[in-house]
Design a protein around this ligand. Structure first.
Ligand SMILES: [Zn+2]
Ligand SMILES: [Zn+2]
Length: 177
């Protein structure tokens, strides 16, 4: 047991910090810098658009996935939209070259890639959270889908056939992260 513990936890030769498995010590090839694991950096998830022009990471909790069937989501995603959500401060854009914002209503804007057309973010005015399209996240996400919302606006060309909760409209504000 002691040997196993020692095998997993060791000190970085460069920084002297206790490390997690996968940590790469500072080396000439890395410019003398360590290559910390995502766990060491506190990164919960990473994601990108189809072409890679928009890349992001989330440092902090992600809400379970909610499928939105509203007409706006269906038009911009091509079908209903699967969104997780994080605090805006937890979302860090690693690349934003092709990110554009479309003011889709008086109360929200949608972030999309101007090159590949991916729909990535739904950003509501006055909400400290931002919705992130679950399909843009890198696997494994560790997330589950928990409900459908705006089912009163669902398209007439499909049937919701799972047992998840369905709401005719939107979620209560208290349900937001
Ligand atoms: Zn793109
Ligand atoms: Zn929607």
């Amino acid at each position: 047991m002691v040997a196993g513990f020692r095998a997993r936890v060791r000190r970085c030769r460069w920084s002297g910090e206790l490390t997690r498995p996968g940590h790469a010590d500072g080396a000439p090839g890395a410019g003398g810098r360590c290559v910390p694991t995502q766990a060491e950096q506190g990164v919960r998830a990473t994601g990108a658009c189809l072409c890679g022009g928009v890349r992001f990471e989330v440092r902090g909790a992600l809400r379970a996935v909610v499928n939105c069937h509203c007409g706006q989501c269906r038009r911009t995603h091509g079908h209903f939209a699967a969104y997780t959500k994080c605090r805006r401060a937890a979302l860090r854009l690693l690349s934003r070259r092709t990110l554009r914002w479309y003011r889709s209503s008086a109360s929200a804007r949608r972030g999309f890639c101007s090159r590949c057309g991916a729909s990535l973010f739904w950003d509501a005015v006055g909400d400290e959270g931002i919705a992130v399209a679950a399909g843009c996240l890198d696997a494994p996400t560790g997330l589950d889908t928990v409900r459908h919302i705006h089912v009163a606006s669902a398209g007439d060309y499909y049937t919701i056939s799972d047992d998840l909760e369905q709401l005719a409209g939107s979620m209560a504000k208290a349900d937001r992260p």
